[in-house]
Design a protein around this ligand. Structure first.
Ligand SMILES: Cc1cc2nc3c(=O)[nH]c(=O)nc-3n(C[C@H](O)[C@H](O)[C@H](O)COP(=O)(O)OP(=O)(O)OC[C@H]3O[C@@H](n4cnc5c(N)ncnc54)[C@H](O)[C@@H]3O)c2cc1C
Ligand code: FES
Length: 257
């Protein structure tokens, strides 16, 4: 099967954060928020395994999708060397997506670092729900896609770990205070595990619907290699789920947090 697609835009959003806009009718037509693509980053042994990257937004009129990624290692470093008109091998859309909210529901997304990207697509596809977004970054220079998030939601709260932009500290602090006062219908979270754990546990305590998007090392991306196994609850016992196929999005109460 041929997964080669053309890059229409390659942009540096911040130090080590890159955006690629890719023309793909197949992905633009089939994708839903929370799903990802598994990308071949190069031809050598170093990049033999594909790397999973979330679908950050879709333009269904232009048949394009955006992925935004951090230059973290060998694979993503190779992706940084791709430019407009280059061809990229992207397999997808893969995995399950978030449960979209019902009409007029109030939702909140809580994202940290590279976990914010799938949440933008979710907000953009959440119709006329009332939308609040809580985004945490390390520092001011790492803040990306602020205008896009502002447009996609009704309320945006940003924090930085070093206090150089927005609220000073972890994003869980303003979010948990907000959660005490508001009672959203649904909460979605993606980012560092301690952040997702704090969000999910508070939501579960208060009986609020919460979905968590897990990040895990991957191989095949389609449930065939077991690289992405993650422990999940199974009654009083536990079992293993494939993050690539059964996730990456899981109901909070299914996870061993
Ligand atoms: C479903 C899913 C969606 C993702 N979406 C995005 C996205 O939208 N944007 C983005 O920037 N990244 C995303 N990631 C993470 C991305 O896949 C990794 O950063 C990438 O695979 C790193 O590859 P590399 O070759 O550059 O780094 P490597 O050289 O393989 O690793 C560099 C460092 O990153 C760590 N690492 C690598 N892969 C993972 C991983 N999957 N989970 C945890 N730590 C890892 C390694 O332990 C190492 O410390 C996603 C991951 C998953 C599972
Ligand atoms: S990545 Fe191969 S089973 Fe999930």
């Amino acid at each position: 099967m041929n997964f080669n697609e053309r890059i229409l835009k390659s942009e540096i959003l911040a130090k080590n954060i890159h955006l690629l806009r890719i023309k793909s009718e197949r992905i633009a037509m089939k994708a839903s928020p929370g799903q990802f693509v598994n990308v071949r980053c190069g031809t050598g042994l170093d990049a033999y395994l594909r790397r999973p990257v979330s679908i950050c937004r879709v333009d269904s009129e232009e048949n394009t999708f955006d992925m935004v990624f951090m230059n973290r290692g060998k694979g993503t470093n190779l992706l940084c060397g791709l430019y407009c008109d280059d061809v990229i091998d992207v397999m997808g859309p893969l995995g399950n997506g978030f449960t979209l909210p019902g009409k007029n529901e109030h939702i909140a997304v809580v994202g940290g670092g590279i976990g914010i990207f799938p949440l933008l697509y979710l907000l953009e596809k959440s119709g006329n729900a009332k939308k609040s977004a809580f985004l945490g970054f390390r520092t001011k220079k790492a803040v990306v896609l602020k205008e896009a998030f502002q447009k996609a939601c009704d309320e945006l709260v940003i924090s930085t770990d070093d206090g150089s932009y927005g609220i000073d500290g972890l994003i869980t602090e303003p979010f948990l205070k907000w959660l005490e006062a508001e009672r959203p219908d649904r909460v979605y979270t993606c980012g560092p595990l301690p952040m997702m754990r704090a969000v999910a546990l508070s939501c579960m305590e208060q009986g609020i619907f919460c979905e968590v998007s897990m990040e895990q090392r991957m191989g095949c991306g389609i449930g065939a290699c077991l690289v992405c196994a993650c422990k999940v609850k199974d009654g009083d016992d536990f079992n293993y789920a494939h993050v690539c196929k059964d996730g990456p999005v899981f109901p909070a109460e299914r996870l061993m947090l």
